[in-house]
Design a binder for this molecule. Structure first.
Ligand SMILES: [Fe+2]
Length: 374
C-alpha cells in the first residue's frame, strides 16, 4: 500500500478545526528539542528506521489511539514516509507530513481579541506556530491594518475578507532578521500603503513613520512610538491607547536581543537604548495596555487563546527589568542566544538588497531567536 502524504495546510487546518488525529514526531531528540508541533507525540526512531529497524516505532505505536489517523513527521518528509508505511502495516490509518518540519515552518493558526470601546476594534493574531512569529490584522468598522506579516499574503487577505475589512495599511515594526517580511508583497496585493519606521536601511519605496506619527483606520487610531534597541529603527505601534504591538522590543517573558547586524560596540550601545525604550517609553503607558509581541520562543498551540497580556503584568514578570541601567546592559549582553541561521541573508532581502527567493523555507527553517535568554 502506498503511503499518502498530507500537506502542511491540510494538517494545520485539521488541527485548527480540532479534528481527532495523532501527530507522531520520529526525529532525533535533539532536533525535537529545538522546535516541535504542539501536542505531538515523540519517538526517537530516526537512526533505527534508516537501519531498517522498527523496534522503537513499534513500541511507541502500542501507546497510540487506534480510532484516529496518525501523521508521521520528520525533518524533511522522508523518514516519516518509512514510519508511516510501518504504521500502516500495523493497521493504522497513517500518513506522512509532506516536507516535514522544514515545510511546517510556514504553518499558522489564529486567535482573536476584541478591544472594547465606543468603536470596537478586533485584533486577529496570526501565529506562525511552525516558527514562533506573531503578526496581526487589526480591524475597525470596514478597515484594517496588518502589522509584521510573516505568512503568505493570501492568509491576511482572506482573514480581512472574512471580517468585512479592507486592508488600508501594512506596517513592519523593524527590519526583521529571523523571517522574510511579507509586508511588501501584501501591500502590493492589497493595494495598501506600506509603512516602515523612518530609517535609511531599506532600498525600496515605503512611507516613513516618525516618532509620534499617527494613522487612522475605520474608527481607530494607531500611533508610532520609537523604541530603539533591538534595532536602531525599532518602533512599537499603539492602537487606541488599548493595545501595543511591540515587535521584538518587548516579549511577554523577555526583551529583544540588541546584537543582530550590529558590529563592534553597537550591541552595548543598543542595549542602553533598549533600557531607555523600555523604562522611559513603554513603562509610561497605562498598565492596562495589552502587549502583543512579534515572537514567541515556543510553538503556539492550536487553542485560539491570544498570546498577549497587560503591560502591568508583563513588565514585573521580567527580572531583567528590575535592574538598573548598567547591570541591565551587562545581563542582556551575557544572555544573547546563538545567532539565528541565515540572518544576514534574511536582512539583505528585507532591506531590498537581495532578491526574494521563490521558496523561503530553507532560509527560514528553525526557531526564531530574537529574544534575550531568560
Ligand atoms: Fe527582530
Amino acid at each position: 500500500m502506498q503511503v499518502q502524504e498530507v500537506s502542511v495546510n491540510e494538517l494545520r487546518a485539521a488541527l485548527e478545526d480540532g479534528r481527532p488525529l495523532t501527530v507522531l514526531d520520529v526525529r532525533p531528540t535533539a532536533q525535537r528539542a529545538e522546535w516541535s508541533i504542539p501536542d505531538s507525540r515523540h519517538v526517537d526512531a530516526y537512526d533505527e528506521l534508516w537501519r531498517g529497524e522498527s523496534a522503537s516505532l513499534c513500541a511507541a505505536a502500542e501507546q497510540l489511539p487506534r480510532d484516529r489517523p496518525v501523521i508521521a513527521v520528520c525533518a524533511m518528509g522522508r523518514t516519516s514516509l518509512i514510519a508511516a508505511e510501518i504504521l500502516q502495516q500495523l493497521g493504522f490509518d497513517a500518513y506522512s507530513l509532506s516536507g516535514g518540519m522544514t515545510a511546517w515552518s510556514e504553518a499558522w493558526n489564529t486567535a482573536e481579541v476584541a478591544l472594547p470601546g465606543a468603536v470596537p476594534v478586533t485584533v486577529v493574531q496570526v501565529r506562525r506556530t511552525g516558527k514562533g512569529c506573531l503578526s496581526y490584522v487589526v480591524g475597525s468598522k470596514d478597515e484594517a491594518v496588518v502589522i509584521d506579516p510573516s505568512v503568505d499574503a493570501g492568509v491576511y487577505l482572506q482573514l480581512a475578507a472574512d471580517h468585512g475589512w479592507r486592508i488600508v495599511a501594512v506596517l513592519d515594526t523593524h527590519v526583521h532578521a529571523d523571517h522574510v517580511s511579507r509586508a511588501r508583497g501584501l501591500a502590493q496585493q492589497a493595494r495598501a500603503a506600506l509603512y516602515l519606521p523612518a530609517q535609511n536601511r531599506v532600498s525600496y519605496e515605503f512611507h516613513a513613520l516618525a516618532d509620534g506619527a499617527k494613522l487612522s483606520f475605520g474608527g481607530a487610531s494607531l500611533r508610532a512610538l520609537l523604541t530603539p534597541g533591538h534595532t536602531s529603527e525599532s518602533m512599537c505601534y499603539v492602537v487606541n491607547d488599548q493595545a501595543i504591538f511591540t515587535g521584538d522590543t518587548l516579549f511577554l517573558q523577555s526583551v529583544g536581543r540588541p546584537d543582530l547586524v550590529a558590529p563592534g560596540d553597537q550591541p552595548a550601545r543598543r542595549a542602553h537604548m533598549l533600557f531607555h525604550s523600555l523604562k522611559d517609553r513603554l513603562a509610561g503607558l497605562p498598565g492596562s495596555t495589552l502587549v502583543f509581541p512579534c515572537h514567541t520562543s515556543e510553538p503556539i498551540p492550536f487553542n485560539g487563546v491570544a498570546h498577549g497580556a497587560p503591560l502591568d503584568r508583563v513588565l514585573p514578570a521580567i527580572p531583567l527589568l528590575a535592574l538598573d541601567e548598567d547591570p541591565f546592559v551587562a545581563a542582556v549582553l551575557q544572555r544573547i542566544p546563538p545567532t539565528p541561521p541565515n540572518h544576514i541573508q534574511i536582512v539583505r532581502i528585507n532591506e531590498g538588497k537581495s532578491a526574494m527567493p521563490a521558496d523561503m523555507r530553507p532560509l527560514e527553517a528553525g526557531a526564531n531567536r530574537c529574544a534575550v535568554s531568560r
